[in-house]
Ligand binder design. Structure first.
Ligand SMILES: [Zn+2]
Length: 217
């Protein structure tokens, strides 16, 4: 017996994932195919398609440059005769409104973060390896995002997300006057950032977790 409750078509998430992955292996890149189960899954569980009554009728895998041998974009053909990238895996683990807003906030500070890396091409912590990422030392990004999202009601979030033009395939952005966005940008004026290598980023996070445990005990 498989663990987990049936999620869709009588299958739990793990079984469903494996089942779809196997099905998709049967098709070559650019081959157009139909699959009732995936069509239904997207129509019922995709965060955008489900609320807008969109059911893709056909699918294809498209080569994605730089994605390696097994990487591809998955596209659906929608009733408007439009092909669009659509994630079937997101149907299994749908993003919450908060996740969507947090992604938008993260994108919005990308230039600030890149600037730090440009100024410190070598890891600020170990001074050895090239810097690969930027750590929000204090406060952590998740904390900034949480405070920012706290400025929004569920209705504000719904409104912001509903204005998003899914067909454009651009990353979701908050309007320039959004209080959550302004809070996040403002917090970055004083937030302590550190350009770090991957290993030092992990060890920073580990140290913070240990410190939190100490406080909590
Ligand atoms: Zn380092």
């Amino acid at each position: 017996m498989e663990r987990g409750n049936p999620f869709f078509a009588g299958m739990a998430k793990t079984a469903l994932k494996a089942y779809i992955r196997n099905r998709l292996k049967e098709y070559a890149i650019d081959e157009v195919f139909e699959d009732e189960l995936i069509s239904d899954l997207i129509a019922q569980k995709h965060y955008f398609c489900s609320v807008n009554a969109l059911r893709p009728s056909h699918f294809r895998k498209r080569f994605r440059p730089g994605s390696g041998e097994n990487g591809y974009d998955f596209e659906g053909l929608f009733p408007t005769a439009q092909w669009r990238k659509v994630s079937w895996t997101q149907c299994l683990d749908p993003k919450t409104r908060e996740d969507i807003i947090e992604d938008a906030l993260r994108n919005a500070v990308q230039s600030i973060v890149s600037a730090r890396k440009a100024v410190f091409p070598t890891c600020e912590k170990c001074g050895q390896k090239p810097s690969a990422e930027v750590d929000h030392v204090d406060p952590e990004f998740a904390e900034i995002a949480r405070q920012a999202i706290d400025t929004m009601s569920q209705q504000d979030m719904d409104e912001a997300i509903s204005r998003f033009d899914w067909w454009k395939e651009e990353a979701f952005e908050l309007p320039a006057n959004s209080p959550a966005l302004l809070y996040t940008l403002d917090a970055h004026k004083t937030a302590q950032l550190q350009a770090v290598c991957k290993e030092c980023h992990l060890s920073n996070a580990k140290e913070r977790r240990a410190a939190r445990k100490k406080v909590g005990s």
